[in-house]
Write a protein that binds this ligand. Structure first.
Ligand SMILES: [Zn+2]
Length: 624
């Protein structure tokens, strides 16, 4: 599809004129221009707009500013010109007034049709965005029209104007002279300031329905003496994607390629064959797209690649093949969810085949396929070698076909989490429910083998295993005088006794240098309180009933518990990301992020003050 601005000057997008037409006397005119609607009746697919404008014109209650929005090629500037004619038509006898049905023969009508009416001023904001451009335009507003009833200003692609230009325009829109009408056209209504929109009557031009487009093209072919194949017209209508102008431009090309009916003078009817249009559009055969889809969904990589290659050799654009697959994914999903509705408009063969495929696939898998194809299409558009990129997309899809569907995958991840980390979930539960004295000292294991392992490896051996066990035993006998043996146990003990500030300083601001029962050497950080050692030694003596010496050291010591916890979290994340199931999930849901790891408290940080602050550790999600 040619990517041209929406300025309804089809000459710039015109394909080479057919040889036959050049040889004859009449110069070839592109269809979009030749069949440009001259009145509301000829404007196809815009009934609501036509009805409203016709009524307004008939009752003489027309707004002084309009904004027309819609995709390119649906007829925005064409509509603007019809409005200009309707306002200014004087009828064949020269005495007519504004009419919803302009005559097309009076001076005003013909001048507007030929873009030469002095009172109908068109401006393309895409090329004239500045405030001076709009000032030039607005300067003329105060002068009365020379021959027309109303001066009509048509500003195309109005969203391209600069802010200053919009502001300048706004003043005129607030108090427009009686003899002026503004018509703005835009493909991007959201970029037009609300201050401007609020002063305009807005019309949304709809994409023209495929069937209606095909019918329109059939009518034009009849007038052109062209005999079109019905499938050929359907393909052109589909490729036009709702744009009359794009469709007519394709029809131009198809006619140029057409078989002139065996008459060398070009007098016979030109035929448009489906096969030729298919080649022209680079379209893959519909049934083969179904074959390809079936191969991909069954994970038959070799067959899928061979078929793609074959389509490519036959002239199909790899990007179009992927787009066809995307469209088919949508069709099949609809067939599954709303079978009656989705079946409409499909040829019988496709309907049967589609229902067959829909019966074998679940919506979650189709959703995943859709996402992967969308991403793949983007990649293929950017890729220097589209065929290779398309092949990679098919390979990924085939690979994903062997994966469980997303719902099963989530279930599988959850089950895996419960098997490996089940103890963790239970411990966490009792921790929040039970009294503080029974706080379990042992930390829950990670949900996945990889996580726990990565954590242990990343930790500078924070605590020998037997110490953990010993501490666990201490914790389940809370009545006895506790005798902490490690720095971690000291922190845990302080937390148990609700000495939270002190526990926090030890957790965050202190690097432990040496620790054994009755003796602790620490290297305090800048945020640690001055009297930390004294307070700690008194408190420990009070709690344990034994003498404790806490001394300050200038040795670097081990990382603080806060530092260790942060490192462990990072390591757990790395470990979890390396886990095959997580990787599968990431692959399956492009753009997913790892949000939380179940039971993420690493073994060494069991007594860390933040352990309780975390919300439900079972709340694991991989959200896109
Ligand atoms: Zn007229």
């Amino acid at each position: 599809m040619p990517d041209t601005p929406d300025i309804d000057t089809p000459d710039s997008t015109a394909p080479p004129a057919p040889a036959g037409a050049l040889e004859t006397q009449t110069p070839y005119r592109v269809l979009a221009r030749k069949y440009r609607p001259a009145n509301f009746k000829d404007l196809i697919g815009q009934e609501a707009l036509v009805r409203t404008l016709t009524n307004a014109l008939a009752t003489g209650r027309l707004h002084h500013a309009f904004v027309l929005t819609g995709v390119r090629g649906v007829g925005k500037t064409t509509t603007a010109r019809i409005i200009a004619r309707a306002l200014n038509c004087i009828g064949p006898d020269g005495h007519g007034g504004p009419t919803p049905d302009p005559c097309g023969v009076c001076d005003n009508c013909t001048a507007i049709a030929e873009d030469r009416h002095v009172d109908v001023i068109e401006m393309d904001a895409a090329s004239r965005t500045g405030v001076n451009d709009i000032r030039d335009l607005i300067d003329g507003v105060r002068y009365r029209p020379s021959t027309a009833r109303k001066k009509v200003y048509i500003v195309d692609e109005v969203h391209m104007l600069s802010n200053k230009a919009f502001n300048a325009l706004l003043k005129t829109l607030e108090e427009p002279p009686e003899h002026v009408v503004f018509i703005f056209a835009t493909t991007e209504i959201r970029k037009v300031p609300v201050t401007v929109l609020s002063r305009c009557q807005r019309f949304d031009l709809r994409r023209v329905d495929q069937a209606l487009l095909a019918e329109h093209f059939r009518g034009i072919c009849a007038q052109e003496g062209v005999e079109p194949d019905a499938d050929a017209l359907a393909m052109i209508a589909r490729a036009a994607d709702g744009s009359v102008r794009d469709g007519l431009s394709l029809l131009d090309q198809a006619i140029a390629l057409g078989d002139p009916g065996g008459d060398p003078a070009g007098a016979g009817a030109t035929r448009i064959e489906a096969e030729a249009v298919k080649r022209m559009l680079g379209l893959a055969d519909r049934t083969r797209v179904y074959d390809l889809f079936a191969d991909v969904m069954a994970g038959r990589t070799a067959a899928a690649l061979a078929l793609l290659r074959d389509l490519y050799d036959g002239g199909a654009d790899p990007l179009v093949v992927l787009q066809d697959l995307l469209e088919l994914t949508h069709t099949i999903t609809r067939l599954q969810l709303v079978p009656e509705q989705a079946g409409e408009g499909l040829p019988e063969a496709e309907r049967v085949r589609g229902r067959d495929l829909a019966g074998n696939l679940d919506v979650a898998t189709l959703g995943r396929t859709w996402q992967m194809l969308l991403k793949g299409i983007e990649e293929t558009q950017r890729a220097p070698a589209p065929l290779q990129a398309a092949e990679m997309v098919l390979i990924r899809l085939c690979y994903a076909a062997d994966l469980p569907n997303p719902a099963d995958l989530v279930r599988q991840l959850r089950d895996a989490g419960q098997t490996a980390g089940g103890g963790g979930a239970t411990a966490a539960g009792s921790q929040s429910a039970g009294p503080r004295a029974t706080r379990p000292a042992a930390s829950p294991a990670g949900p996945m083998g990889g996580t726990a392992q990565a954590t242990a490896e990343a930790q500078p051996a924070p605590m020998p295993a037997q110490e953990t066990e010993a501490r666990a035993q201490d914790a389940v006998r809370p009545d006895q005088q506790p005798q902490p043996e490690t720095f971690e146990e000291i922190v845990a003990l302080l937390r148990d006794r609700r000495e939270l500030r002190l526990a926090h300083h030890l957790f965050a601001d202190v690097r432990p240098v040496r620790c054994q029962p009755g003796q602790l050497e620490i290297n305090p950080g800048p945020h640690a309180p001055q009297d930390l050692a004294g307070r700690l030694s008194r408190l420990l003596q009070e709690i344990t009933g034994a003498r404790w010496i806490v001394s300050l050291s200038s040795e670097p010591g081990a990382p603080s518990l806060a530092e260790r916890e942060a490192a462990a979290k990072r390591a757990a994340q790395v470990g979890a990301l390396a886990h095959p199931l997580v990787q599968a999930a990431m692959e399956t849901f492009p753009g997913a992020r790892l949000r939380r790891i179940v039971g993420d408290a690493p073994p060494g940080a069991a007594g860390a003050p933040t352990a309780d602050d975390d919300s439900d550790p079972r709340d694991e999600r991989h959200e896109p």
